[in-house]
Design a binder for this molecule. Structure first.
Ligand SMILES: [Zn+2]
Length: 313
C-alpha cells in the first residue's frame, strides 16, 4: 500500500515555463512562432497539470544590461535600429516583437531558478544564442542564456555554469559573451558549413559537416559528455535542445533522425542528473518543413526530461 501511494505521489513533473504571450506576428517567416503554443497544448493534452506551468514576466532592464550595451537596448526600445541591423537580425521590427524578446528572457531566468531548486526545469521557449552584446543576429534579439547566467552569478546562486548548445547552428553570441569568463563553460556541437559564417570560439566546439548523421554526432558528443561535467563540475547546466539537427530541417544540413536526437537528449540530461547537476532546458531552433516534426522533437526532449526528473530527483 505504501509503495502504491509513493508511486502516485511520485507522478510529479518538472516545472514548465510558458506564457500564452509567446506569440508575435512576424508574417510569412521560416521561424515557426506557433511551435510554443503547439507544444503547450500537447503538454495539457498529455495531462500535465497547470500547477506545473509557470508564467514568466518580461525581464527588467537591469538584467538585460548585464549583457547588452545601453546603446543597443535603447535602439531596441525606441525602434531605431538601422535597416542593416534589422537585416542581420532577420526579423521584422515591431514593438510586439520587443515584448516577445523581453518576455523570453524573463522565462529563461525563471527556468534557471527553478532548475536550481528542483533539479530540472523546462522553458517552452528560449535559447537565443546568436545575440551579441551590441547587436542581434539570426532571429536572436537578446541573449537570454547569457543574461540568465550572469544574473545567477550576480545573485550568488551559482559559481560556475555550463552551456551545452546542441542547436545545429553554432552558439556564436554566447561563446563571444563568455570568452573571457572562466566560470562559464561553453560547449557547442554544430554544423560547420552553416550559419553563422564566422564562428566564435567556445570552450569546446565540435564542428560536423553537412550530411553527418546519428553516428558521427553521438560519437562526438560521447567523447566529451560526461567528461566535461566531472572535470568542470558546474552548478547548473543549460541545455539548448535545438530541433534543427533533424534530417528534414530547412535550415540544417545534418541528418539526425528523431531517434538519434532522443539519444542526444539522453546523453546530455541523464549524465547531468546522475552527477546531481541541475539542468535547465531551452528549446532553441527548429525549422522542419512540417512544423509537426519540430514540435514532436521538442516533445520527445520534454518527455525524456519528465522521465529522468522522476527517476533522479
Ligand atoms: Zn539553430
Amino acid at each position: 500500500m505504501f509503495k502504491f501511494l509513493k508511486s502516485i505521489l511520485k507522478r510529479s513533473a518538472p516545472k514548465f515555463v510558458y506564457s500564452n504571450k509567446y506569440w508575435v506576428n512576424i508574417g510569412n517567416h521560416v521561424f515557426p512562432v506557433e511551435k510554443y503554443r503547439l507544444i503547450y497544448e500537447n503538454l495539457i493534452k498529455k495531462g500535465i497539470k497547470r500547477k506545473y506551468i509557470i508564467t514568466p514576466n518580461p525581464a527588467n532592464e537591469e538584467d538585460i544590461l548585464l549583457v547588452h550595451t545601453p546603446k543597443y537596448v535603447k535602439k531596441l526600445k525606441t525602434g531605431s535600429l538601422s535597416s542593416r541591423e534589422i537585416m542581420t537580425l532577420e526579423l521584422p521590427y515591431s514593438k510586439e516583437l520587443m515584448y516577445f524578446a523581453w518576455l523570453f528572457v524573463g522565462g529563461t531566468i525563471e527556468t534557471f531558478k527553478l532548475a536550481l531548486k528542483e533539479g530540472v526545469a523546462i522553458h517552452v521557449g528560449g535559447g537565443f544564442h546568436h545575440a551579441f552584446p551590441d547587436h542581434g543576429e539570426g532571429f536572436c534579439i537578446l541573449n537570454d542564456i547569457a543574461i540568465g547566467l550572469r544574473k545567477l552569478k550576480k545573485e550568488n546562486k551559482i559559481k560556475k555554469g555550463m552551456v551545452i548548445d546542441c542547436d545545429v547552428h553554432q552558439g556564436n553570441g554566447t561563446a563571444f559573451i563568455f570568452s573571457k569568463e572562466s566560470d562559464i563553460f561553453t560547449f557547442s556541437i554544430h554544423q560547420m558549413d552553416n550559419y553563422p559564417a564566422e564562428k566564435q570560439k567556445s570552450d569546446i566546439d565540435i564542428g560536423l559537416w553537412s550530411g553527418d548523421g546519428d553516428w558521427e554526432y553521438l560519437e562526438a558528443l560521447k567523447k566529451f559528455i560526461p567528461k566535461i561535467y566531472t572535470d568542470f563540475n558546474p552548478d547548473l547546466i543549460v541545455y539548448l535542445a535545438g530541433a534543427d539537427p533533424y534530417e528534414k530541417d530547412q535550415l540544417g544540413g545534418l541528418k539526425l533522425s528523431k531517434k538519434g536526437l532522443q539519444e542526444r537528449d539522453k546523453i546530455v540530461i541523464e549524465n547531468a542528473l546522475k552527477l546531481k547537476i541541475p539542468v535547465a532546458i531551452l528549446l532553441a531552433g527548429g525549422y522542419a518543413f512540417d512544423v509537426k516534426n519540430t514540435v514532436e522533437i521538442h516533445l520527445n526532449t520534454i518527455n525524456l526530461a519528465i522521465k529522468l526528473f522522476r527517476k533522479y530527483t
